[in-house]
Design a protein around this ligand. Structure first.
Ligand code: ZN
Length: 210
């Protein structure tokens, strides 16, 4: 059995202002394969065909998915959770299957372990019940970070993640620094995957202490 997990970004997220009161945005959608198939953030409700086709390229059907993780409950991150009827659903701090809810102490800082190489960790800030997924892969640890990171450019320009909405900027700053220390790669909520350098870790550490 293949015990090493792999992360495949099916679609890169994006966000841009079209005018003063309208923006275009969709989230990064990531597939994790290995001992469990996991899909992280399921885009908007209009993207079901896109997701089914993206999975098909990797010979996976929605019924092969064991876990759906929505990093938080915003509409562009939960839009197609109902494609995955066999999966356990983790939406922020809420874990469920059908009408059964499994109480879990994410709010006490507890990590939820899916398997040896995949865990869901609480990273509040953007929303108070925001989670990220850490995956051990051949290329190092990949953090699928949802809107903890808006995009690579928000490291140099923190207004980008704050303007995207933050329920608790102080915690978000701390968790951005923490995740950068744990990860070699980050998949942000609304931009392409990027590599974490020591320079990035230093910058985020400094921002967290401000
Ligand atoms: Zn988002």
């Amino acid at each position: 059995m293949n015990t090493m997990s792999e992360t495949i970004v099916l679609y890169d997220g994006y966000s841009e202002m079209n005018s003063d009161d309208e923006m275009s945005a969709n989230c990064s959608c990531t597939l994790i394969t290995g001992p469990h198939n996991v899909i992280v953030d399921t885009m908007t409700a209009w993207d079901s065909e896109l997701i089914i086709n993206g999975l098909k390229k990797h010979n996976i059907s929605p019924n092969d998915i064991h876990y759906v993780v929505s990093t938080h409950g915003h509409s562009d991150h939960v839009g197609n959770n109902n494609l995955f009827m066999k999966a356990k659903h983790i939406v922020g701090y809420s874990i469920s299957h059908k009408d059964k809810y499994f109480i879990y102490p994410f709010d006490k800082g507890e990590e939820y372990v899916i398997n040896d190489g995949v865990k869901v960790i609480p990273t509040p800030g953007h929303t108070m019940a925001h989670v990220s997924v850490l995956v051990t892969t051949k290329e190092g640890t990949v953090a699928i970070a949802g809107d903890l990171f808006e995009k690579f450019e928000d490291i140099e320009n923190p207004d980008m993640w704050k303007d995207a909405g933050s329920e608790d900027p102080i915690q978000q700053r701390k968790n951005r620094s923490k995740v950068a220390c744990l990860a070699d790669w980050i998949v942000p909520g609304h931009g392409p995957k990027f590599q974490v350098t020591d320079q990035i870790r230093d910058a985020l550490k400094k921002q967290a202490s401000e």
